[in-house]
Design a protein around this ligand. Structure first.
Ligand code: URP
Ligand code: ZN
Ligand code: ZN
Length: 473
């Protein structure tokens, strides 16, 4: 179907200008004034902003973790993403021990393909690197998987040693792939957790005490240095604190190809939240830090020291003993209550896929911390460039996919988990008053969200075949 979006103001990372959009065949085919309306559905967008669909490059839908499974699947999580103005995301296909990387990708494809409603890509997370797996890495490029992820934390589960990380970096650089790292010193964290548990320090706040900022900073600098030795590009996920962002700045100032991401939870919450009766909701790794870190991260986003805001969306029910209803169906899955009485057993992870754009607009754009153009850059354009999707995704231009968000900058809402679309029983932003939200959301020209109405169809989301040799921003 042909669609004209009329009378809006286009916001890209670089420009702000009045333009109508003609969407046809899944793409933006024309921009300008007085576009031919014959046979087109016309969406009036006077007073609205037209934004490229958000891209969330860090999600964990249906992730098996801490003896349970993250609560959103590829349908519920993507539906929630669309309601929040996100039209593409990249999830992590985790290699189980003994598996090939292609097997991991196939496992995650099976979870996604019949459920997908927005476009999705996959990173592959290496947990078991041997010579066969090493040899397999370059062949992922032709499957559209151009990014590798490694963890220096979660000892005994996902953690790899320095030699593994370094070998993966060398191979990735050769193949034009990007290495992403969860940077925390897993050995130190493991000792601290054991020590706290042995001494009966089991309260939720000991999660943060067992994951100190310097454990993140040390692993960040280590990954940066290894990337420097390997001449490999590096992307550090979920950076939380001044200590680690300073390492990133140090590496970038010396010309290394290193980039960093933060996530909304690190802009809003502190270890005080862990001391609340519902502190388990805020348990994620690395942990939430201090108010000074929140502020430091905001400044790093505005100054250009960090390149992306993603979410690390990995939600768990707060009380998984109680069923919730999602689109008329009952859902129950063990959640944060698994760690009642022992912080080390609380499933690590928080929601964010639907919240990201709303929060960053109200607390970033409306407060003047970042411009609307920078908002687009951090949530869509940089993700598209860094992860090999630009200019199909990440901007509004003739020839780009028609992933368009008609954004109403004056619309207000009070966050209430019951009104949101993630499959969880709480929202850590509940009660916050927000201004600015999507009115319509299109994915490749198809209208998915129209106000509160949902028009998405399971299975309509497409797998993103991403390019190698993407730029370092
Ligand atoms: O606590 C978190 N972040 N859970 C998801 C897995 C990860 O480390 O990204
Ligand atoms: Zn992580
Ligand atoms: Zn993650």
């Amino acid at each position: 179907m042909k669609t004209i979006i009329k009378g809006g103001t286009v916001i890209t990372a670089a420009d702000t200008f009045a333009s109508d959009l003609l969407l046809e065949g899944g793409c933006i085919v024309q921009m300008g004034a007085n576009l031919p309306q014959a046979g087109a559905r016309v969406v009036e967008a006077g007073g609205m902003l037209l934004l490229p669909g958000g891209i969330d490059v860090h999600t964990h839908l249906e992730l098996p973790f801490f003896g349970t499974v993250a609560a959103d699947d590829f349908y519920t999580g993507q539906r929630a993403a669309a309601f929040g103005g996100t039209t593409s995301h990249i999830d992590f296909a985790i290699q189980h021990k003994g598996e090939s990387l292609h097997q991991a990708v196939e496992n995650w494809q099976r979870k996604a393909q019949d459920k997908a409603v927005i476009d999705y890509g996959l990173h592959v997370a290496i947990t078991d690197l041997n010579d066969t797996v090493m040899a397999e890495i370059p062949s992922l490029v032709s499957a559209g998987v151009t990014t590798l992820k490694l963890f220096t934390a979660y000892k005994g589960v996902y953690q790899v040693d320095d030699a593994t990380l370094f070998r993966a970096m060398l191979k990735a650089a050769e193949a034009g792939m990007l290495v992403m790292v969860h940077c925390e010193n897993g050995d130190v964290i493991d000792l601290l957790i054991r020590d706290n548990v042995a001494h009966g320090n089991l309260a939720t706040e000991y999660h943060a005490r067992s994951h100190p900022a310097w454990a993140e900073a040390e692993a960040s600098l280590r990954a940066i240095a290894l990337a420097g030795i390997a001449s490999a590009p590096l992307y550090i996920v979920h950076m939380t604190c001044a200590e680690s962002v300073d390492q990133l700045r140090y590496g970038r100032a010396r010309g290394l190809q290193v980039m960093g991401e933060t996530c909304p939870q690190y802009l809003f919450f502190t270890t005080d939240n862990l001391r609340q009766p519902d502190g388990a909701k805020y348990v994620c790794s690395p942990p939430v830090r201090t108010a000074a870190d929140n502020e430091y991260l905001w400044q790093a986003l505005s100054a250009g020291h960090l390149q992306v805001v993603a979410t690390d969306h990995c939600p768990f029910l707060f009380d998984g003993t109680q069923a919730i209803t999602y689109e008329g169906e009952s859902y129950r899955k063990p959640g944060k209550e698994l760690g009642a009485g022992d912080f080390s057993k609380i499933p690590n992870g928080m929601h964010g896929i639907e919240d990201r754009q709303l929060l960053l607009w109200t607390y970033g754009v409306n407060t003047g911390r970042i411009s609307a153009n920078r908002f687009v850059e951090l949530t869509a354009t940089n993700p598209a460039k860094i992860f090999g999707m630009y200019p199909c995704k990440g901007t509004l231009a003739p020839g780009s996919d028609a992933d368009v968000v008609v954004w109403d900058p004056a619309a207000e809402l009070t966050v209430d988990w019951r009104q949101m679309h993630m499959r969880v029983d709480h929202n850590v932003y509940d009660g916050r008053r927000l201004r600015g939200r999507p009115r319509q959301v299109f994915v490749r020209g198809e209208l998915l969200v129209d106000g509160s109405a949902w028009h998405g169809r399971r299975g309509s989301g497409a797998f993103l075949q991403r390019s190698s040799h993407a730029p370092v921003i």
